[in-house]
Design a protein around this ligand. Structure first.
Ligand SMILES: [Zn+2]
Ligand SMILES: [Zn+2]
Length: 391
């Protein structure tokens, strides 16, 4: 990644006065502190003393904030901001102005997608600090396009809450969550998926705060809403079970934690068995095709990237719990390994699939008799029938 461009001093830059270090993402910044034309720091909304030397339209209070923004998102949007932040010339016809406005909204929506997905990626990699500037931009552009009370802002608020929790800024996280909660409460037709997301975020926040009672309350709401819409055994519901299990685990309530982890494993296991079967059927009907051919029919059966990422995170966490349990339950451990092997197989990571599949097979071989042994043997055959490249 190239270094940020040398900052160009902004016109009329005053001598920096001593001040307290401002934290990213205060309300001023989130709500238009750095709108077009204003010389406010892109991140904190303080007076802008430096200017990005490339777009020449973006200001920062200091080098730290410029660097933080560059690493998180500015490198990717620097040039995209130019048409957005340059105002339309006067003397345009009505038609041209209308076209200009439509173009602007299109560009803003593109930036919302880009900033949100970038922030999401940082968060799922555990890089919470890097996620914050990108998530702030997602919120800011969503506010510009949809208005400050729109339900479209909720995903950005939740992502900011998660990233803030990740860096230990709990008061900020709490503020973002309140905003999201307030919007959801005022939106009667808010989707169940979004309500679940809100309850899950609240649950995770209270768990981070150590307020287990509130955490369990919100996770129970998440599970109730998800199961009544998607089904008790759906992967949408399994996320709530998983986080609830983690809370019980931290409370040292191992019986209930264990049974919830088993539930989570079973849901993913069943889902993955079906996915592998679906792919096998396609392969059998079109033997000349590679399993990973970019065929439309095959793609529709595939898990989404977000589902894959969640499954990998959840199943590896459950595997850790199983492997570190004082009392080993090889059957349970093998079941998680089997699910992971299917998951890696489906996501084309064949060497990992082989590794965990073999581990599951060896574990089960030592047990008196196990029905899954055959299923894992079959999966290993599938894995080994593919050329052993990995992505
Ligand atoms: Zn700043
Ligand atoms: Zn720039």
């Amino acid at each position: 990644m190239p270094a940020p461009p040398r900052p160009a001093p902004s016109a009329g830059s005053a001598r920096p006065s001593p001040r307290r270090k401002r934290r990213l993402g205060n309300a001023a910044a989130a709500h238009g502190g750095a709108l077009a034309g204003s010389r406010r720091c892109e991140l904190c909304g303080a007076a802008g003393r430096l200017r990005c030397g490339r777009c020449r339209l973006t200001y920062y209070c200091d080098v730290d904030h410029q660097k933080a923004d560059w690493v998180s998102i500015h490198e990717r949007i620097c040039q995209l901001l130019i048409p957005i932040r340059t105002s339309l010339p006067f003397l345009l016809s009505e038609k041209e102005r209308k076209h200009g406005t439509e173009q602007l909204v299109k560009r803003q929506k593109y930036i919302i997608d880009l900033t949100y997905s970038t922030a999401q990626e940082f968060v799922s990699e555990g890089k919470h600090k890097e996620a914050i500037p990108a998530a702030l931009h997602a919120l800011r552009f969503s506010t510009e396009v949809y208005g400050s009370n729109s339900v479209q802002l909720v995903p950005a608020y939740l992502l900011l809450a998660e990233a803030s929790t990740g860096v230990g800024h709990l008061p900020e996280a709490s503020k973002y969550l309140s905003q999201a909660q307030w919007i959801v409460l005022r939106t009667p037709d808010c989707s169940v998926a979004l309500q679940c997301k809100l309850h899950r975020s609240l649950g995770l926040f209270y768990a981070a705060e150590g307020n287990f009672e509130q955490a369990l309350y919100h996770l129970a709401n998440d599970i109730y809403l998800a199961s009544s819409t998607f089904g008790l055994k759906s992967i949408e519901t399994s996320g709530g079970y998983f986080h609830m299990a983690n809370v019980f685990f931290r409370q040292n309530k191992m019986d209930i934690a264990n049974s919830l982890y088993t539930e989570v494993t079973d849901i993913w296991h069943a889902f993955l068995v079906k996915s592998v079967q679906a792919q096998e059927q396609i392969l059998n009907s079109q033997p000349e095709m590679s399993p990973f051919t970019e065929d439309k029919e095959v793609r529709e059966d595939r898990m989404t990237e977000a589902q894959q990422a969640e499954a990998i995170r959840v199943l590896n966490a459950v595997l850790d719990v199983r492997e570190q349990a004082p009392k080993q339950q090889p059957g349970e451990t093998a079941r998680v390994l089997h699910a992971l092997a299917m998951l890696y197989y489906l996501s084309m990571d064949l060497s990992k699939a082989r590794e965990v599949g073999t581990k599951a097979f060896d574990l089960l071989k030592q047990l008196p008799r196990h029905d899954s042994l055959e299923a894992i043997g079959h999966l290993l055959k599938l894995i080994n029938s593919k050329p052993s490249y990995t992505k």
